[in-house]
Write a new protein. Structure first.
Length: 347
């Protein structure tokens, strides 16, 4: 169960710091979390900053000295970071992808990527529903595994008006399995008989988060890293049509609620993402601007993921742990297998 500012628990109400609720304390805490995540990444480069941000958010929500702040005075700012900064980071993510780069992959690879994503999404969603996972968890986990990890979960949860508990559970699962890929996939590079470029395409098509893709592919050198990032960003671009389809589906099923209102067919942040892709494709932006935008995008997403992590309540997650773990591991094997088959077919 996620924590909210209006909720109290026995033994914690007295410990909660007094003071007016507002976004500033939470935003300051999120900024501190981002700084700590950056330091972790600098000390251990194999740990992506975004992964570290989620873990630190979870730690802040459970540490005795910080938990009362996270649950109380900082909650409004952390929620703001989770929702608004996530969308801003996704918009800037579009500047990493140019149409010319995508076409350079070849039509076979361009076609393979959505096929793998569709197979993963449909298979994960179906299995999650068969396992009886509550709420939007099957949908959110499917989006996270098939598209772009926690960023996709945040985007889909936003337009689908998903419960916070479902969002944080899905983020925790996709982060755990994506981190596992960093350790496991490089060990399979040689045994699977992949060239460096093929290994990069496999990682790009099969690993969830952009930071995790970079951490995994860089073990095989610059050729693998370049292929991995391009394929991964092509998967990120699939977020726009996925969100549009989900909005149309929600309208047809009459899921619009007073809380969410009637969502636009294409949410504004998705329009912004596509606009950034188009702008990058013009070739007008200098490298310095792209570098600054890339750094800003990572900082924004790190702050958002710290906020998501801070809403995780581990005792609540443990109640659906076995089923969630089964879905996560099965989906991880599914996307790795589908991506490997796709790479072999398009080699």
């Amino acid at each position: 169960m996620a924590f909210t500012g209006s909720r109290t628990r026995r033994g914690t109400a007295r410990a909660r710091p007094a003071g007016p609720a507002g976004p500033v304390p939470g935003l300051v805490l999120a900024a501190a979390g981002v700084a700590a995540a950056w330091l972790v990444h600098r000390a251990v480069p194999a740990v992506p900053m975004l992964t570290a941000a989620v873990v630190l958010g979870v730690a802040a929500a459970h540490a005795p000295w910080s938990a009362p702040w996270v649950r109380g005075r900082c909650r409004a700012g952390l929620t703001l970071a989770t929702k608004r900064l996530m969308r801003a980071g996704i918009v800037l993510l579009g500047l990493k992808l140019g149409l010319g780069d995508v076409l350079g992959l070849g039509w076979a690879t361009v076609a393979m990527v959505p096929a793998v994503a569709a197979a993963t999404f449909c298979g994960t969603w179906w299995l999650g529903r068969r396992l009886g996972l509550p709420g939007d968890q099957p949908l959110l986990i499917a989006a996270g595994y098939s598209i772009c990890g926690a960023s996709a979960i945040g985007a889909v949860g936003s337009v689908h008006d998903s419960d916070d508990d479902d969002v944080v559970t899905s983020v925790a699962l996709v982060t755990l399995c994506g981190t596992l890929a960093i350790a496991v996939l490089p060990l399979l590079h040689g045994p699977l008989g992949l060239t460096d470029a093929e290994f990069g395409r496999w990682v790009g098509a099969g690993v969830h988060d952009v930071g995790q893709v970079v951490a995994t592919a860089q073990t095989a050198g610059p050729a693998a890293l370049g292929e991995a990032v391009l394929v991964k960003l092509l998967r990120v671009a699939l977020l726009a049509p996925l969100v549009a389809v989900l909005v149309v589906s929600a309208r047809r099923r009459g899921r619009d609620t007073p809380r969410s209102g009637r969502p636009p067919l294409v949410p504004l942040f998705v329009v912004g993402f596509l606009a950034m892709v188009a702008l990058r494709s013009t070739g007008l932006l200098p490298a310095q601007v792209l570098a600054v935008a890339g750094a800003a995008q990572e900082l924004l997403l790190a702050a958002a993921l710290f906020g998501l992590g801070s809403a995780v309540h581990l005792p609540s997650l443990s109640r659906t742990g076995p089923k969630v773990a089964l879905l996560g591991l099965t989906s991880w094997v599914l996307i790795a297998t589908a991506a490997y088959a796709g790479v072999l077919l398009t080699a």
